[in-house]
Write a protein that binds this ligand. Structure first.
Ligand code: GLU
Length: 488
């Protein structure tokens, strides 16, 4: 790297939910910037006036912050090369369009959509690649006046130089080349005066002094069009790096069919930002060693573009779940409870509002008992029933049968007695109590633990009893045992 400061940008189009692929692009840029003490620019590409939404822009910013990324320049924070929202830069684009027109590198095109479509069909019928014919390439001033008098509004097309090979070295893909003859003069400004992506992006990246353009592979085919514009405008070329597609586990392009695709959805399901960011980093980038869990700081240290893979990244939700589970285990129950509350409310276990401090504290206790068994906070609901619902239902015949064992009544009596005698009801006290029962009753552990578990929950598996019992509390434990044993 030269002395020049590394400058990257994340340039989303705010047209819908913020896709995890976008978050991954943002992350790779951010990591590269942090690693090289560079600058991260956040630019909003909102030239699609119909589809762009401020709400989506807000959503993107929120998601980036939530994931732990910041930007030193861009919307909200400003900077020396603003404005950073494309619709606020229309005058800037206009100046460059005029330059291109003056130099004969671009021209007005009056073809209507219908005419262009007819031309396209003609090419297709002849088995040719449909490229713009160049019909308006050499219009005279009179021609233009006549066409304008017909009420036609021109677009501006870039005059693609013929017979040129466009070669560049992609940081991920190596040498990439395209023939300019396969491109055809393309529109750079639409008839409403709004520049298209391929044009605005070049001016912005150049004026914002972007040194590295790291973006999704889907833009690889746009790059030759952009390079031709860099050359026409006399701008130095940045380095390009196109990161691979994200595929679902079935190796088709990641889509809604594969489950949640937006950052917001994962956030709502109760994934932790540090887990999601860890997972996203591994989508297309491979660390040098075996380590799989990384903090953001560790990622910054480890990240490098030469370990970004060319082949598609596979979105393995099981891996995400595993990573998230590791972070959940390390989190405080208070934090996980906070994330679980909306799900518990939705499932009807709690009222949406009006949690007393006692109830909240109890929920934290409940979460602490099960948080090692969930992959994301919404799964808390799957563990809630035995904690919230005192009506014990046997999960199957076998469970019920087990309580008919002749040793069971003795086990229950001793348990109730010892429980009543405990000074303080906590995990280690219950653990000690159960151990002492095994010893005193001279029974195999299973014959002590299983009947108690079934009497309290109706189930043969579940959270550790010493975690479960203190959450339920003495009174409810005794009530449940009495009620269940009455059903035997
Ligand atoms: N606005 C483009 C997008 O969201 C950005 C492409 C680029 O990074 O050049 O796909």
């Amino acid at each position: 790297m030269t002395n020049e400061q590394l400058r990257v940008r994340f340039a989303p189009s705010p047209t819908g939910p913020f896709h995890i692929g976008g978050a991954r692009s943002a992350l790779f840029n951010w990591l590269l910037a942090k690693k090289h003490s560079g600058q991260m620019v956040l630019r909003i590409e909102d030239t699609d006036l119909e589809r762009s939404r401020r709400e989506s822009e807000e959503n993107i910013k929120e998601a980036l912050k939530w994931l732990g990324m910041d930007w030193g320049e861009g919307i909200d924070v400003g900077g020396p090369y603003g404005p950073y929202r494309q619709t606020e830069r229309l005058d800037i684009y206009k100046q460059y369009t005029q330059k291109l027109l003056d130099a004969g590198l671009a021209y007005f095109c009056y073809c209507t959509d219908e005419e262009l479509e007819a031309e396209r069909q003609e090419h297709l019928a002849k088995g040719q690649t449909p490229l713009y014919s160049g019909r308006c390439r050499n219009l005279t001033l009179e021609d233009r006046k006549r066409l304008e008098a017909e009420g036609r509004k021109p677009t501006v097309r870039f005059r693609v130089p013929g017979g040129k090979q466009i070669v560049f070295t992609d940081l991920v893909r190596g040498t990439v080349s395209f023939e300019s003859d396969g491109v055809g003069d393309y529109v750079i400004v639409k008839s409403d005066g709004i520049p298209v992506y391929n044009y605005a992006v070049v001016i912005d990246d150049a004026l914002m002094r972007i040194t590295h353009v790291i973006r999704a592979e889907e833009h690889l085919s746009n790059t030759p069009r952009q390079i031709l514009l860099y050359e026409a405008l006399g701008f130095p070329l940045p380095k390009f790096g196109h990161i691979s597609l994200i595929l679902g586990k079935d190796r088709t392009k990641m889509s809604k069919r594969h489950g949640a695709t937006s950052v917001e959805q994962y956030r709502k399901l109760g994934y932790l930002p540090e887990a999601l960011v860890n997972f996203l980093a591994l989508l297309g980038w491979a660390p040098a060693g075996e380590q799989e869990l990384f903090t953001l700081d560790e990622l910054v240290k480890e990240f490098s573009m030469d370990r970004v893979a060319k082949n598609p990244a596979v979105f393995d939700v099981d891996k995400l779940n595993w990573i998230n589970a590791q972070y959940i285990k390390k989190s405080t129950p208070e934090r996980i409870a906070e994330l679980a509350l909306p799900h518990l409310a939705e499932a009807g276990y709690i009222k949406d509002t009006g949690l007393t401090p006692e109830k909240r504290a109890w929920i934290v206790q409940f979460v602490a008992a099960v948080q090692d068994h969930i992959s994301y906070a919404a799964q808390i609901v799957d563990h809630a029933d035995i904690f919230f619902n005192d009506t014990v239902a046997f999960e199957n015949q076998e469970a019920q049968e087990m309580l008919r064992d002749p040793d069971v009544s003795r086990v229950m009596d001793v348990f109730k007695e010892k429980l009543a005698a405990l000074e303080e009801l906590n995990a280690s006290a219950v653990q000690g109590l159960l151990k002492s029962m095994v010893k005193e009753l001279k029974l195999p552990g299973k014959k002590v633990y299983m009947p108690i578990r079934i009497a309290l929950t109706g189930q043969m598996h579940g959270p550790e009893l010493h975690h479960f019992i203190p959450v339920i509390g003495r009174e409810r434990v005794l009530q449940r045992i009495t009620a269940t044993m009455a059903k035997i």
